[in-house]
Design a protein around this ligand. Structure first.
Ligand code: NAP
Length: 326
């Protein structure tokens, strides 16, 4: 049976942006409802070491950091909901949000903090081995490659961090990059180049993942030289794709202005989207910085923008009500 709840602010997403928005909204007495989504805590829950989030003198763990944010959001009065939003009607206020459980929320303001997901190469052979040799998460799957040879594809921070992390398990890690320069921060590059078990192959892209063995599994990758076009095979039992992320904006396509890459457009210097009363923060609107701390910063901005919107809006913001049976 579906239930309907009224809220001043509904926050969709539970990464650093969503939790920070919740902390600020709750402290502004907006009684926010935060719908956590399929991966509560977001991308940091599949990260290990975090050493660039300010406030911690020593390395902390991503899942621990997200647990602290969750507890803080809850402590100041956020109502956390374990559910996944499958529809958002933004054409009238209150906005309507529907969840997989059948529950619906009527909200005077919405803060979108749905983040971004790992991108794939979109090769047919990749599809075949996803979860069985080809992964987009070293933290999740690295353990399965103890004593094996693996490759990491990509040249950004994620690829380099994954390569370094995989040395905890794999015998040999090969980073495959399509150019001759990495995007990753200098400090990470230095660690990568200094590691005795990591080799970098420049100017290479994956032509296909190769099957073999009995039972059949991943046994190699065919790599194309991006300069000469020559294809050569590299034996590997595991491949980690780390080529960036795509924003989770499918729900809002056609309802909010998105840019050419699918990120939510916001008014410069604010978190205001093309629909008044709908705000966006974190990786779903930021394709430049994409850090936990910048996501948290824009989460704070979104809560302050929502607070201002509700204070100035020409309607009485409804008090949060318990779920009512429809
Ligand atoms: P990214 O910085 O966008 O890098 C993506 C990499 O994948 C690039 O090197 C790109 O190559 C390569 N690539 C893209 N499409 C490809 C394709 N089809 N085939 C082969 N290679 C492809 O993504 P990211 O590393 O996931 O990082 C995302 C953001 O999160 C960044 O802002 C990063 O700084 C941040 N981040 C920060 C940390 C940290 O602070 N510790 C950790 C992880 C991520 P090109 O270079 O040739 O374009």
């Amino acid at each position: 049976m579906s239930r309907v709840a009224r809220a001043k602010v509904v926050i969709i997403g539970s990464g650093p942006a969503g939790y920070t928005a919740a902390i600020y909204a709750a402290r502004a007495m907006l009684e926010p409802v935060l719908i956590q989504g399929i991966q509560p805590g977001g991308q940091l829950t599949i990260t290990t070491d975090v050493e660039n989030y300010p406030g911690f003198a020593h390395v902390i763990q991503g899942p621990w950091l997200m647990e602290q944010m969750l507890k803080q959001a809850e402590h100041v009065g956020t109502r956390l909901v374990s559910d996944h939003v499958n529809k958002a009607v933004l054409s009238h206020r209150p906005f309507e949000i529907s969840c997989d459980s059948g529950d619906r929320y009527l909200a005077d303001a919405i803060i979108i903090a749905t983040g971004a997901q790992a991108r794939w190469l979109d090769l047919a052979s990749e599809q075949k081995f996803k979860g069985y040799g080809v992964s987009a998460c070293a933290t999740c799957d690295g353990f399965f490659y103890r004593g094996k040879n693996v490759i990491v594809i990509g040249g950004g921070n994620t690829a380099v961090e994954e390569a370094l992390f995989l040395t905890n398990f794999a015998t040999r890690v090969t980073l495959v990059h399509r150019r001759v320069r990495l995007r990753a921060e200098k400090i990470l590059q230095d660690r990568l180049f200094a590691h005795p078990n990591i080799k970098v192959m420049w100017n290479r892209e994956v032509a296909q993942f190769v099957a073999g063995g009995e039972p059949e599994g991943l046994v190699g990758v065919d790599l194309r030289d991006t300069v000469s076009g020559v294809i050569e095979r590299l034996d590997t039992e595991g491949a980690f794709v780390a080529i960036g992320h795509s924003p989770a904006t499918e729900l809002f396509r056609g309802h909010l202005d998105l840019d050419g890459d699918g990120y939510i457009r916001v008014e410069e210097g604010t978190t205001r989207t093309s629909v008044p009363g709908v705000f966006a923060c974190g990786d779903v609107m930021d394709k430049i910085y994409r850090q936990a701390v910048t996501a948290a910063g824009t989460g704070c901005m979104a809560a302050l923008d929502a607070e201002k919107f509700l204070a100035e809006a020409d309607f009485e913001a409804a008090p949060q009500a318990a779920l009512q049976h429809a």
